[in-house]
Design a protein around this ligand. Structure first.
Ligand code: ZN
Ligand code: ZN
Length: 693
C-alpha cells in the first residue's frame, strides 16, 4: 500500500513529492512515528536545528546531527529524503546501528545502499554483516557475505566468528577451510568456538595443526582457549605442554592467561600448582581471588580456602558477592556457623546488596547450620527473595523441627506469585512428614503434577514413602512404589526401613533391607537397622544371621563421632573418648546427670544389640556415646544458658535421644543435635522431632 499522506506537511512543495512517494517503505519498516510531533511541535533547540536543516534540504547534515544525538529512528526516517548516502553519513548511521544493535536500522541502510547503487566499500559491508551477526540474524549476514564482490580477511573472519559464536561450527569450519589466507583472528574465532561449544578435542586438534602445519604463533586468546580445552578434558599433560609453550615463547601473557592457567591446574586437580600460578600473578583481581578460594572449597581443602579469604581481606581487594556466596556455601557445607557469622558481619560493615545472591547464600548458610532465627531475619531483609532463598528457608524450617512454619512459608511463597520447583516440594513434603500431616502431605504430593505441572522426581517419591511409612500406612507406600515410573533410590528404601523400625513391620523391613543390600552392600547402617528391628522383636536368630552377613560381606561400621564448635574451634569426640584434657570433668558431669535422670525415671535402653554405631550394649558404654561426650563438654565450656550445638556423623541412637531430652531439662539449655538425618532441637525435656527420626 502506498501512502499519499505527506507527513512533512511544512516542507516546501518540491520535496513533498519525494516524501510521499517513499514514505511507505519506512513506514512498513519502522512503523509510523509521529515526526511532526517530534520535530515540528518541539521547541527543543536541537530539534529546531534539525527542522531548519530539513527545510533547507540539508538532509545529510540533519542525519549526522541526529546520529550525534543517538536518535537512530528519526535518522533512519530521513534516509529516504536522500538519493545517495555519502560515506560520512553511511558511517555515522552504521556506527549508531552497531551501538544500538539495531537490526531494523541496519536492514534499512543496507536496502538503501542496494537500491541507490552506492558502493560504500568492503569495510561497510563487513560492518553490516557484523551487526547482523550481533543481532542474531546469521541468514542476513550470510547473504551479505555471498553477495560481496570482493572480500577481505575481515569479511571471512566476521562470518566465521558469527557462526562459531552461536555454535554453528560446521558452517564456521567450512568457511575457515575455504579461506584464501588466515590470520590470528581466524584461528582464535574457530578454536574458541570449539571450546565454548563443548568440543575441546577439536579445539586442541586445530591448535596443534595451527602450530605444526601452519607455523602460526599462539596469541593469548588461542592460549586461553586451549587451556580451557585441556581443563575441559582434564588433561594435565596437555595443560602442562601449553604451560611450557607459554614459558618458551614468552608470549605476552597477561592476567587472563595466568588465570586460565591457574584454572586449568585447578580443574585437573593440581591445586598446589594452581596456587603457585596464582601467587605469581601480579595483577590479581577479585575474580582471580574468588576462583582460587572456591577451588580449595571444591576440593575439600576448606582451611586453605578460609585462610586465602582472610588474605584477600588483607590484600585490600574488595570481595564481591561471588566471593561471599562461595565462602558462605562452604560454611554451610561444613556447618561452620561461627565463620559464616563473621563473614556476615564483614558483609554488613562494607555493605552488600540485599537483592544479590550473597543474601540468598546467607539464608542458606544459617539454615544449614541450624540457626533458623537468623536465617529468617536475613530472609526478611531481602526485598524480593529468589526461589533459592524461599526453598532454603522452607527446608530449614522443615529440618529444624518447625514444620508448621515451613508450610506457612510455602503458602506465602504461593501468594507471592513465585513458582515453586521440585526442590521446594522436597521441603514441603518433609515438613508434612515431620509433623505427621499425612493427608495434607499427600495433597501436596498430588499438587506437584496436577496444580504446578512439575514432573515428579525420585526424591518426591522417597518423601511420600517416608510420609506414609512413618505413620504406618505401609500398603499405600507399597502401592506408590509399585506405580512409580523410575527405580526407587536408596533414600526411599532407607525411609521405608526406618518406618518399619518404628512400627515393627518385619516383613517389609526385610524387603527394604534386601533392596538396600543390592544398591549399597557396603553400608553398615542397613545391617544395623535391620538387626535392631529383629532385636526389638526378640528374634535373636535373625539378629545373629544379619551379623554373620556383615562379617561375610566384610562390612565395617563407621566409627561414630560428634563435634562441637566453640569460639571458632572444633572439638571432636569418639565413643569412650578419654583423650580430651577435660575428660575427667566430662565423665563426672555425665555421671552426675545420669544419677539425677534415674531419679526422674530414666531407664537405659540397652535392648538394641547392634547399635548404629557402637558395639557395646552395657549401661556404662551407652554413657560413652560420642554425642553425650560432646554435649557434656559443650555444657562445661560455655556459659549457663548458652544453647549447645553438636554435630554427629551418624544417626543418633534411641538411648542418647532419651538422655539428651533429660539433659536439656536438667541443665535448662537448648540442645541442637545435627545427626546424619536431621536436626533435633531439644528443649525442656522434649525434642522437636517428636521422637520420629
Ligand atoms: Zn547413642
Ligand atoms: Zn529428636
Amino acid at each position: 500500500m502506498r501512502s499519499t499522506r505527506p507527513i512533512f506537511r511544512v516542507l516546501t512543495s518540491h520535496t513533498e513529492r519525494a516524501v510521499s512517494s517513499s514514505s511507505s517503505s519506512f513506514e512498513t519498516c519502522l512503523g509510523t512515528p509521529d515526526l511532526e510531533k517530534t520535530f515540528f511541535k518541539s521547541q527543543n533547540s536541537e530539534d529546531i536545528i534539525v527542522k531548519r536543516l530539513c527545510r533547507e534540504n540539508k538532509y545529510e547534515e540533519a542525519i549526522i546531527r541526529l546520529c550525534e544525538g543517538y536518535r537512530l529512528t528519526e535518522a533512519i526516517l530521513l534516509l529516504d529524503r536522500i538519493k545517495r548516502l555519502s560515506p560520512l553519513v553511511n558511517s555515522n548511521l552504521l556506527q549508531l546501528c552497531l551501538e544500538q544493535k539495531s537490526f531494523e536500522g541496519t536492514k534499512r541502510v543496507h536496502t538503501h545502499i542496494k537500491e541507490s547503487g552506492f558502493f560504500p566499500g568492503v569495510s561497510s559491508f563487513n560492518r553490516i554483516m557484523d551487526i547482523y551477526c550481533k543481532c542474531g540474524s546469521l541468514v542476513d549476514a550470510r547473504i551479505v557475505f555471498d553477495e560481496m564482490q570482493e572480500k577481505d580477511l575481515c569479511s571471512w573472519n566476521t562470518m566465521i566468528s558469527g557462526f562459531a559464536k552461536v555454535g554453528r561450527l560446521k558452517d564456521a569450519r567450512n568457511l575457515f577451510d575455504a579461506m584464501p589466507e588466515r590470520d590470528n583472528f581466524s584461528w582464535t574465532a574457530i578454536i574458541s568456538g570449539y571450546v565454548r561449544h563443548d568440543l575441546p578435542y577439536d579445539a586442541l586438534q586445530l591448535c596443534r595443526t595451527m602450530l605444526q602445519d601452519y607455523n602460526v604463533k599462539c596469541n593469548k586468546f588461542t592460549i586461553c582457549s586451549s587451556l580451557a580445552a585441556s581443563a575441559a578434558i582434564k588433561s594435565l599433560n596437555i595443560g602442562k605442554e601449553i604451560h611450557g609453550h607459554i614459558l618458551r615463547t614468552g608470549i605476552d601473557s597477561d592476567a587472563a592467561v595466568w588465570s586460565a592457567l591457574s584454572d586449568m591446574y585447578g580443574k585437573c586437580g593440581s591445586l598446589d600448582e594452581a596456587r603457585h600460578i596464582f601467587d605469581k600473578t601480579s595483577d590479581r583481581d577479585v575474580a582471580t581471588w574468588t576462583a582460587m578460594i572456591n577451588r580449595y572449597f571444591k576440593h575439600g581443602r576448606r582451611e586453605e580456602g578460609f585462610l586465602l579469604f582472610l588474605e584477600l581481606l588483607k590484600s585490600g581487594n574488595r570481595p564481591n558477592e561471588f566471593t561471599f556466596a562461595g565462602i558462605l556455601n562452604a560454611c554451610a557445607h561444613h556447618n561452620t556457623e561461627c565463620l559464616g557469622r563473621q563473614v556476615h558481619g564483614y558483609m554488613s560493615r562494607i555493605g552488600f546488596n540485599h537483592s544479590s545472591f550473597a543474601a540468598s547464600a546467607l539464608v542458606h548458610m544459617y539454615c544449614k547450620c541450624g540457626n533458623i532465627e537468623v536465617a529468617d531475619r536475613v530472609f526478611k531483609w531481602i526485598p524480593k527473595p529468589d526461589l533459592a532463598s524461599w526453598t532454603s528457608l522452607i527446608n530449614g524450617y522443615a529440618q529444624n523441627g518447625q514444620p508448621e512454619e515451613a508450610l506457612n512459608l510455602f503458602e506465602t511463597l504461593l501468594e507471592s506469585g513465585t513458582n515453586p520447583d521440585h526442590i521446594t516440594f522436597v521441603g514441603v513434603l518433609s515438613a508434612c512428614t515431620h509433623s505427621g500431616l499425612v493427608d495434607k502431605g499427600l495433597a501436596y504430593f498430588n499438587s506437584i503434577k496436577e496444580k504446578h505441572g512439575l514432573a515428579y522426581t525420585v526424591d518426591h517419591y522417597a518423601c511420600v514413602v517416608d510420609l506414609l511409612s512413618r505413620s504406618g500406612r505401609f500398603s499405600e507406600a507399597e502401592d506408590i512404589i509399585k506405580k512409580m515410573p523410575m527405580k526407587p533410590n536408596k533414600f526411599l528404601w532407607a525411609s521405608l526401613l526406618a518406618g518399619c523400625r518404628i512400627h515393627g513391620n518385619l516383613d517389609l523391613a526385610k524387603k527394604a533391607a534386601e533392596a538396600l543390600f543390592r544398591i549399597e552392600p557396603e553400608n553398615a547402617a542397613t545391617y544395623v537397622t535391620l538387626s535392631n528391628i529383629y532385636a526389638a522383636a526378640g528374634k535373636w536368630g535373625e539378629v545373629a544371621e544379619v551379623r554373620k552377613m556383615m562379617d561375610v560381606n566384610g562390612v565395617v561400621k563407621k566409627a561414630g563421632c560428634s563435634w562441637t564448635e566453640i569460639e571458632r574451634k572444633v572439638y571432636t569426640f569418639l565413643m569412650g573418648d578419654t583423650s580430651h584434657p577435660r575428660s575427667m570433668e566430662i565423665h563426672g558431669l555425665l555421671e552426675e546427670l545420669q544419677k539425677k535422670m534415674k531419679e526422674e525415671g530414666y531407664v537405659p535402653k540397652t535392648d538394641y544389640v547392634l547399635h548404629d554405631v557402637e558395639e557395646e550394649q552395657k549401661e556404662q558404654n551407652l554413657s560413652c556415646h560420642s554425642e553425650k561426650l560432646a554435649i557434656a563438654f559443650a555444657i562445661l565450656a560455655t556459659r549457663p544458658g548458652t544453647p549447645v550445638k553438636i554435630f554427629k556423623n551418624l544417626r543418633t541412637c534411641v538411648d542418647c535421644h532419651t538422655v539428651i531430652k533429660y539433659i536439656s531439662k536438667l541443665v535448662s539449655r537448648k540442645i541442637i543435635v545435627r545427626d546424619s538425618s536431621r536436626f533435633h532441637c531439644f528443649e525442656g525435656g522434649s525434642c522437636s522431632c517428636k521422637d520420629y527420626w
